[in-house]
Design a protein around this ligand. Structure first.
Ligand code: GDP
Length: 333
């Protein structure tokens, strides 16, 4: 598509129509545009998203986090296949701010989820490369909406604990799932307490073979820990489950628990409220980011910035005074 075609409303509508019908090539093209940093691509991506907004929101949004090696890809493959086996369409998106187009990423370059990636009812999209966590998150959110408009029933958003990525994922899903290894103690597993508190369901994976007794012990230990935490919702106490992604055990029970979760939190429109609040928070983070960009790009401000920053570093001007001065320039006061 040429630039002018991109922005043509008729073309946007045509593209939206194709996406609504589940056309994968149109979906992939729309995603590429949403991920592009080119201004014209961004504009047409926004126009397309606006057109598709009424068709979004019908999926179950699930976040999945866990340290490398805990079995995320094996789990998503097993869980994804289970879901497509139920006749559902599943999209798998990833948030990994460490991923670069050229370099490696924490989630690895190995072919992940080979079987699922061949499934016609599954769609796997790796993390957009490079950029800040905020930038990656924004694009993932948009991709999630595009996938919903294309008729995906379940969206799985995967992340490893890089920086704030778990919080970022928890802020865009209905349910946050933490995968843990069958071992005792969160200190042992390098799990931050804050991350535990985000979890609606804790899954002890690798509960198979010799690891079964350890998994059971870990599950009961985490049940105890969860019992001491203040629950996020009055309608749901976080549950601890066991799975074996490798042997495909416990997956159906897990899905059942997810259904129970949706039912429990559907009461009082809790999930709807959560989604509305997430959307509003998203708007504010867009404003934050956009304002910061405008500020940095402002010619007088950007000319003054190095000098002001140096003065603050040298202790010649207070941080607050320098900030006020720069903002006054920006606002033309
Ligand atoms: P990721 O880094 O979190 O994506 O983890 P992978 O899915 O790549 O799994 C890491 C290793 O754990 C691999 O060798 C898997 O075969 C193994 N693994 C994953 N799930 C299970 C499981 O349920 N049971 C056992 N025994 N091993 C597993």
């Amino acid at each position: 598509m040429t630039e002018t075609q991109n922005k043509n409303p008729a073309n946007i509508q045509q593209m939206a129509e194709k996406i609504r019908k589940g056309d994968r090539r149109a979906l992939a093209r729309a995603i590429t545009q949403a991920e592009s940093i080119r201004k014209d691509h961004q504009e047409s991506a926004q126009a397309l998203l606006n057109d598709l907004l009424p068709d979004t929101g019908k999926s179950v949004r699930i976040g999945i986090s866990g340290t490398p090696g805990v079995g995320k890809s094996t789990f998503i493959e097993a869980f994804g296949k289970f879901l497509t086996g139920l006749g559902k369409k599943v999209a798998v998106l990833t948030i990994d701010p460490s991923s670069k187009r050229t370099g490696g990423s924490i989630l690895g370059d190995k072919t992940r989820m080979e079987e699922l990636s061949r499934d016609p009812n599954a769609f796997i999209r790796p993390s957009p490369s490079g950029g800040s966590l905020g930038g990656v998150a924004r694009r993932t959110r948009e991709v999630m909406l595009l996938c919903e408009a294309a008729g995906f029933d379940v969206i799985l958003i995967e992340t490893v604990g890089v920086g704030q990525s778990e919080t970022t994922v928890a802020d865009m899903v209905d349910l946050f799932m933490l995968l843990l290894a069958p071992a005792g103690g969160d200190e042992l597993q390098g799990i931050k307490r804050g991350v535990m508190e985000l979890a609606d369901i804790i899954v002890i994976n690798k509960a198979d073979g010799d690891l079964i007794p350890v998994a059971r012990r870990a599950a009961s230990e985490y049940r105890g820990a969860v019992g001491l935490m203040r629950p996020k919702s009055k309608n749901w106490m976080p549950k601890v489950m066991m799975t074996s992604a490798l042997k495909k055990l416990g997956i159906d029970e897990l899905w059942q628990t997810i259904e129970e979760y949706r039912e429990a939190r559907g009461a009082d429109d809790e999930l709807e409220t959560q989604r509305s609040e997430q959307a509003a928070a998203w708007m504010w983070s867009e404003i934050d980011e956009s304002l910061m960009n405008h500020l940095r790009e402002h010619p007088t401000v950007s000319a003054l910035l190095p000098e002001k920053e140096a003065a603050v570093k040298a202790g010649k001007v207070s941080a607050a005074a320098a900030a006020r001065e720069l903002l006054a320039v920006f606002l033309g006061k």
